[in-house]
Ligand binder design. Structure first.
Ligand code: HEC
Ligand code: HEC
Ligand code: HEC
Ligand code: HEC
Length: 430
């Protein structure tokens, strides 16, 4: 039990070092043995949490009953998926690789064990990694978390690695992506916030004293920021990948603000923008939400990187009016700019003054109309929600938050001026 003897800070560094090398579960070498290998009633399939055990042991129940991932494969046979498949000319959604890659643990045949079942959907090993080398050992007395990681368990506790894992499906990668063709056939738009989605999954583990001894504790604010940084970097990687660069007349529209095109023509929204990324009327805007919110965060924290990112976002939009090579080059530059933030923002511990300043700063920017594009507005709302909880100030602001939420609840009805107005009311209540 090496990890137990180390201080929390060393544990954090050790686990980060091990985590950095980890391949995503879908690409790791380990065999995936299927949910049936985990769900036995003496393993993770107990009816209720086991007070004797460091982990809950009822994870399977939570996953099966409350976690949408357990129905991800079933979704592929519902009427919505049938319509999508039919429009795309697929034989069926539940046999199509493009759908299974995100809606199941779709590893190649040689990496499927005897009890592997594709109909498990997004099962335990889609997140925790193939258990081929650790299924037996991880339950033995004296096995540390570091031992598990060394045998190929995925470091879901590490914020950047968790972000990469979730975003591999909730945003897409160079290998799998929900294109505008798929959206046009009826797939929902993808949106993500690491902290909020971690809460909503819901959790099938308890971060108690015993957990903190085994694994590094990551505060909600850092989890939220890890999601933003990785989402920004992954978007920049996608902009340099085949999805975006292929030679067709129309670029891949899933990289753009959906509502740049999908809103009524009699609603004139365009305004000259003083902020980062001004575009002329009639331009299609790349979806820059995670970059914009990250830029606000850096600005509020007084970081040296704020100005660089602001310029980077503006240059990306200018490039988007030119050609794809210009976008690709600018995406690479922003990617370089974000890379050092991974450790900087995610490892930083924030005082309550800083958390308050972050909340005030985001609400003030929303109130002054800086988040006029839906995806940034949505991200700002989710961030403020997290900060309210972190500051132990959620109940007091319930009514003001509900009213603000009503302005982003239905993306088809999003009205930027109303969003700013309700942010001003929240600002007054802070
Ligand atoms: C292998 C792909 C994959 C991975 C990895 C993945 N998800 Fe998902 N997730 C999905 C799919 C597909 C759905 C939709 C399932 C359905 O409704 O059929 C989903 C749904 C969700 C939902 C419910 C969304 C809603 O509309 O309420 C949450 C929350 C969520 N995921 C959180 C996470 C988090 C947090 C992570 C990382 C720890 C993660 N997901 C990793 C594929 C994935
Ligand atoms: C890049 C990953 C990805 C790909 C590719 C993908 N999906 Fe999804 N899909 C998701 C995620 C993530 C969600 C959950 C979105 C959310 O609620 O935030 C989802 C949600 C859905 C939903 C809505 C589920 C619900 O209950 O609301 C349907 C239906 C669906 N997908 C069908 C398909 C079909 C059919 C295909 C293949 C043509 C496909 N998906 C390809 C990631 C993907
Ligand atoms: C969508 C991703 C996802 C899926 C699917 C998933 N988990 Fe997890 N799991 C997580 C995350 C994130 C954590 C929290 C980080 C951590 O402790 O590693 C976690 C934590 C755990 C823990 C650690 C608890 C602790 O105290 O150390 C266990 C045990 C676990 N999961 C078992 C399971 C089992 C069993 C299944 C399948 C029935 C499953 N998980 C499915 C993402 C997932
Ligand atoms: C550059 C403009 C543009 C952007 C950006 C764009 N779309 Fe589209 N979208 C279109 C066009 C054009 C069509 C085809 C319209 C038609 O068939 O009537 C379409 C069709 C669709 C349809 C099907 C509509 C129908 O009536 O069948 C959906 C759903 C859709 N898009 C969703 C999205 C989502 C989600 C995004 C963002 C990820 C997005 N679009 C981004 C232009 C755009």
């Amino acid at each position: 039990m090496v990890c137990r003897k180390l201080s929390a800070a060393w544990l954090f560094l050790l686990c980060c070092a091990l985590a950095q090398a980890a391949p995503l579960p879908e690409t790791g070498a380990n065999v995936h043995q299927g949910v049936a290998s985990c769900s036995n009633s003496v393993c993770h399939g107990k009816v209720s949490p086991d007070p004797q055990s460091p982990v809950l042991l009822n994870e399977y129940r939570t996953w099966l009953r409350e976690d949408y991932h357990s129905r991800a494969y079933k979704t592929l046979s519902n009427p919505q998926s049938q319509r999508i498949a039919q429009k795309l000319g697929l034989e069926s959604a539940h046999t199509a690789k493009i759908c299974l890659d995100c809606h199941a643990d779709n590893v190649a045949a040689p990496r499927r064990g005897a009890r592997f079942d594709i109909s498990d959907g997004v099962g335990c090993e889609a997140c925790h990694g193939g258990s081929g080398q650790w299924l037996e050992s991880h339950a033995e007395a004296g096995t540390s978390h570091a031992d598990n990681l060394a045998r190929g368990m995925y470091p879901t506790e590490a914020p950047l690695q968790r972000a990469r894992l979730c975003l591999s499906c909730h945003l897409g990668t160079t290998g799998k992506f929900a294109t505008h063709e798929i959206m046009g056939a009826g797939h929902p738009r993808l949106a993500f916030d690491l902290e909020v989605f971690t809460e909503n999954q819901p959790r099938h583990y308890k971060v108690d004293a015993d957990y903190r001894e085994r694994k590094p504790y990551i505060a909600s604010v850092n989890m939220w920021l890890a999601g933003l940084v990785v989402s920004g970097m992954q978007t920049m990687e996608l902009l340099q990948a085949d999805w975006f660069t292929r030679e067709s007349l129309v670029p891949e529209l899933s990289f753009y603000q959906c509502h740049a095109c999908h809103h009524p023509m009699d609603e004139l929204r365009w305004q000259a923008e003083g902020g980062a990324g001004a575009l002329p009327p009639g331009a299609v805007r790349l979806n820059d939400a995670s970059l914009v919110i990250l830029q606000s965060v850096l600005d509020i924290l007084g970081s040296d990187a704020a100005a660089g990112l602001r310029g980077g976002i503006a240059a990306l939009h200018t490039a988007s009016l030119r050609d794809r090579p210009a976008v690709t080059a600018q995406a690479a530059q922003i990617h370089d700019l974000l890379a050092p933030l991974e450790d900087e923002l995610v490892g930083q511990s924030f005082s309550s003054q800083e958390k308050s300043a972050l909340r005030r700063g985001l609400v003030q920017r929303a109130a002054s109309g800086q988040y006029r594009h839906f995806t940034a507005a949505e991200q700002a709302f989710l961030a403020v929600e997290t900060l309210n909880i972190v500051l132990d100030d959620a109940t007091r602001l319930d009514a003001a938050m509900d009213a603000w939420f009503a302005t982003v609840e239905d993306e088809n009805d999003f009205a930027p001026l109303q969003y700013a107005e309700f942010a001003r009311r929240l600002q007054a209540a802070l």
